[in-house]
Design a protein around this ligand. Structure first.
Ligand code: PEP
Ligand code: MG
Length: 942
């Protein structure tokens, strides 16, 4: 059998084959073929690495001969000789896998140095100190990597020599010290390995290649691959790049530097980078000298600068991507040592994408693909200024992204008061409740000491697009002292703090932030994304303000309007409570009648904001007791009221007892007498016995309504069927709002959606109610009201009965928040707070299924529901409105299983638009569903 070819000269290799050559090797090969000035060299392939492991860590047969043959060619090209004392050739030997794993594998520089070639290096650099420094570094690196001598042994020698020489820094050592260190290092190696340091450069080269191969399975590299999920399909083995060393420290016509073809911070189309004259790359890394901006080269080395400009054009023209490259100038000759795609921040990606389309370097599709949805997130929220270097005082959960500063305020009423005075506020609570909503409105951000990423605070803050740090348990709130403390810091109410909801951090004081940016360039990219995508994008929005914002951000309608948020508004909550607590049907009717115009006007404003686009309104979902204070709170209030009452009674007794006192003595107690009389009067006239009774009634009702498992309890359509007057009122409000606007000439597209449905009979029941109300409203307004009727799919049984449900629905919308809970039988709050982090850490679950859609379980249920639903009704419109609707990978999945649209929170709309375009473009790359689960095709058909 003929051995495969293991070694390729740079000019021989096909740079497109990253898997075989590694990223670095491929770049060197491409640049050589393009005619760029790359020092001569060759690549030992990743295939050789795989054979090395198959072959008990021995180099495969024929490899050494191939290396030697390539070496001869390189010597000829470089006009230098490996091992020569007169004109020595040195190599850098670098690792390089198909995927970049920076710093995880080994590299050896100045290979070929020995006692003889050292003389040559001294001569060509005219710098003895540098040559000995290079030699001692080489012996140490080679000794450690190729020969396995422990680093600390070398360090000890260095420390001792420095002590003797009275030197604090390495740089204070002179040539003689370094020469002495080289001698000691060579002795150490002989002692530790039993053989002298290999002076033969070809032996050095063989050992170095083996060492780089070994580093592929080193702990660092293995851990890195595990952490970043780098599979063998992505990178299998490392290549070894053997490249002629060129020296940037051969005088003032030599230099070394790093450059980007465009500014990676702003995206500006200018050569960007740094360089050092008469220096080696290591000087830059060690920070011994400060490099100059590359623009300074225009004056200092004009010829090289012009060459670099040409290289920049060539690289971009060839790779169609911004490049990050390394160069060295040796005696006026420019060499390019490496190139790779430049890493940039989101702002720079946006600008370069737009510019590169104008320059015809890339097409619109490529420009859209360059911007990753996760990176876009950076641009959509206020962030802490990246130049800020301070430390947080506490860290909690990153519950809603963005940064905000304001006065720490410990309750919602005070937040509202302080906010009205024009101050910025951060609401700081143990946890929040629906009745704190006015505090949310008044605040820039929310910080809680309890609760997870789905606590009330987190969910509401995300819905409002405000930053939130939740579960910051280190922080203790003392309501009596009106302060919050942590270790040795205390935040008094009113002190300025800053929270970073993207990272879960809390800072003292006002920290500088940078604003989010939807620049013109970004809008252009998003418009291109809209042209590409076929998946619809809607918003989850429940106020007219957020509907307007959603429209500005490109929403094609509302996919979920949660009506409970309206019930929680400050002016509604008391009426909603009356409705719940009503002892009779009449009383409930009165409360509901009061709610009707409020809901109607809510819907009208939302419809108006979304005129011409569909608006899905979900009928009431949460259990009613969520609108009432908690039993603990009520009991506490009652306890206090009772204490006051008993204090009054005591006073009353005193008053009675005073009748029996000696009138003269009583006279002397005149004042007390008055006080007691006043108190009795207060008790009679002012103590609100009704309040106590009302609190008693509320407590009784709350206890009555308490559920062991509210999530699986009296909610959603179950509630609608048991209290039909609530759903009736909501349906009426929706249809009346639509009718009024239609009469004004607007194009209104209401969609009524029923939550928590699990049987077709439930849906049918609500449909009958809708028909009844529709008839009445149409009669009242004298017009036909077009609308759609559909159901949430968030219960496992609903997926199983999708075929039947589709008979009574115009659309489905997957509520994947509940569907995930139901599929896993995890309560989200408990899972995220108790065991999910451990599950993720132990890789029992790869992701948090409440953030990243579980395509294998929940996803499969969705596929069944889609298949069966569309079998009944081929044009059934199907969306997703759980939080996953805004998550890029879940959006990709949603596209591939044929959903009509995703609906996400308003701030995530740009991400969803971009992700939907990515999904469409990636569709060409792979067979749609195979990626998710090979056994997905085993689904039985109905
Ligand atoms: C869902 O369950 O996914 C959903 C959108 O409903 P909610 O989050 O309001 O329960
Ligand atoms: Mg739900």
């Amino acid at each position: 059998m003929v051995n495969p070819k293991y070694v390729y000269l740079f000019e021989e290799a096909d740079g497109a084959n990253k898997n075989l050559l590694g990223g670095k090797g491929a770049g060197l090969a491409e640049m050589t073929r393009m005619g760029l000035p790359v020092p001569p060299g060759f690549i030992v392939t990743t295939e050789a690495c795989l054979h090395f492991y198959k072959n008990k860590k021995k180099l495969p047969k024929g490899l050494v001969e191939e290396v030697e043959a390539s070496l001869r060619t390189v010597e000829e090209k470089a006009g230098k000789k490996f091992g020569s004392a007169q004109n020595p050739l040195f190599f850098s030997v670098r690792s390089g896998a198909a995927i970049s794993m920076p710093g995880m594998m080994d590299t050896i520089l100045n290979l070929g140095l020995n006692d003889k070639t050292l003389e040559g290096l001294i001569r060509i650099t005219s710098d003895g100190r540098f040559a000995y420094d290079a030699y001692r570094r080489f012996i140490q690196l080679f000794g450690k990597i190729a020969l396995g001598v422990e680093e600390k042994e070398f360090d000890q020698i260095l420390i001792q020599t420095k002590e003797k020489a009275g030197a604090k820094e390495d740089t204070e050592l002179d040539g003689d010290h370094l020469k002495d260190i080289c001698r000691q290092y060579l002795r150490l190696i002989k002692k530790k390995t039993g053989t002298p340091f290999p002076q033969d450069p070809t032996v050095q080269l063989r050992l170095a290649i083996e060492a780089v191969f070994r580093s592929w399975m080193g702990k660092r590299a293995v851990d890195y691959r595990k952490e970043f999920n780098i599979t063998p399909e992505m990178a299998n083995g490392t290549a070894v790049n053997v490249c002629t060393m060129v020296f940037g420290n051969m005088g003032f016509d030599s230099a070394t530097g790093v450059a980007f073809t465009r500014d990676p911070g702003t995206g500006e189309n200018v050569l960007y980078g740094e360089y050092l004259v008469n220096a080696q790359g290591e000087d830059v890394v060690a920070g011994i000298r400060t490099p100059k901006p590359i623009q300074a080269m225009k004056k200092e080395m004009p010829k090289t600068y012009r060459e670099l400009e040409r290289v920049r054009k060539n690289l971009e023209g060839h790779f169609h991507e911004v490049q990050d490259f390394e160069f060295t100038v040796e005696k006026g000759t420019l060499y390019i040592l490496q190139t790779r795609n430049g890493k940039m921040n989101a702002q720079a990606i946006v600008r370069t994408s737009k510019d590169m389309v104008s320059e015809k370097l890339v097409n619109r599709e490529k420009a859209v693909l360059r911007l990753k949805p996760h990176e876009l997130e950076q641009l959509l929220h206020k962030r802490i200024d990246p130049n800020f270097k301070g430390k947080p005082i506490a860290v909690g959960l990153a519950a809603s992204p963005g940064a905000a500063s304001g006065k720490a305020i410990l309750d919602a009423d005070e937040a509202e008061r302080v906010g009205k005075l024009g101050h910025k506020v951060i609401l700081v609570r143990e946890e929040t409740k629906p009745e704190d909503i006015h505090g949310f409105f008044a605040s820039q951000g929310i910080l809680t000491t309890r609760g997870g990423k789905t606590s009330h605070a987190a969910v509401v803050a995300r819905g409002m697009g405000k930053p939130c740090v939740s579960g910051c348990e280190e922080l203790r709130i003392d309501p009596a002292k009106r302060e919050a403390s942590i270790k040795n810091a205390t935040v008094k109410e009113g002190d300025l703090i800053t929270i970073d909801g993207s990272r879960g951090e809390v800072y003292l004081g006002e920290i500088p932030t940078v604003d989010p940016e939807i620049s013109k360039d970004l809008l252009t990219i998003l418009n291109w994304a809209d042209e590409i995508r076929t998946l619809g994008v809607r918003a989850n929005a429940d106020t007219s303000e957020s509907a307007i914002r959603a429209r500005q951000l490109g929403a094609e309608g509302i996919g979920l309007c949660r009506t409970e948020r309206m019930f929680n508004a400050a002016d509604r909550l008391p009426v909603v409570r009356e409705m719940i607590l009503a002892g009779s049907k009449e009383k409930r009717g009165a409360a509901i009648a009061a709610l009707l115009p409020m809901q109607r006007s809510d819907f009208k404003e939302i419809f108006r904001a979304m005129a011409g686009l569909p608006v899905t309104i979900r009928l009431l979902d949460p259990p009613l007791h969520e609108f009432l204070p908690s039993a603990e709170e009520l009991a506490e209030e009652l306890r206090k009221l009772k204490e006051v009452e008993s204090a009054f009674s005591t006073m009353e007794n005193i008053s009675d007892a005073m009748k029996f006192l000696d009138p003269a003595f009583r006279e002397s107690l005149g004042l007390l007498d008055h006080v007691v009389t006043d108190i009795v009067e207060i008790k009679e006239k002012r103590l609100d016995r009704k309040l106590i009774r009302k609190q008693h009634d509320t407590l009784r009702k709350v206890k009555e309504m308490m559920e062991v498992n509210p999530m699986l309890g009296h909610r959603g359509v179950r509630l609608g069927i048991t209290y039909p007057e609530i759903y009736r009122m909501q349906i009426q409000a929706i249809l009346e709002a639509a009718a009024e606007l239609i009469k004004e000439g607007f194009d209104i597209q209401p969609e009524i959606m029923v939550p928590q449905v699990c049987t077709a009979q439930e849906l049918k029941w609500v449909w009958q109610l809708v028909l009844k109300v529709q008839k009445e409203v149409e009669k009242q307004y004298g017009i036909k009201i077009p609308f759609k009727f559909g159901t949430m799919i968030e219960v496992v049984r609903a997926c199983m009965r999708a075929g039947r449900l589709a008979e009574g629905a115009d659309f489905f919308s997957f509520g994947t928040n509940d569907l995930t809970q139901a599929t896993f039988s995890f309560s989200r709050e408990d899972a995220e707070n108790k065991f999910l982090p451990l599950y993720n850490q132990r890789k029992i679950l790869q992701d948090n299924p409440f953030e990243v859609l579980d395509v294998k379980g929940v996803g499969r249920l969705m596929m069944i529901a889609i298949e069966w639903g569309r079998k009944t009704k081929p044009d059934l419109k199907i969306g997703i409105c759980g939080e996953h609707g805004g998550h890029p990978e879940s959006i990709e999945f949603s596209h591939s299983i044929g959903l009509s649209y995703v609906s996400c929170s308003v701030p995530r709309l740009p991400i969803a638009r971009l992700a939907a375009a990515h999904a469409k473009l990636k569709e060409k790359e792979k067979k749609p569903l195979e990626k998710y689960d090979p056994d997905v095709f085993g689904i039985p058909s109905v």
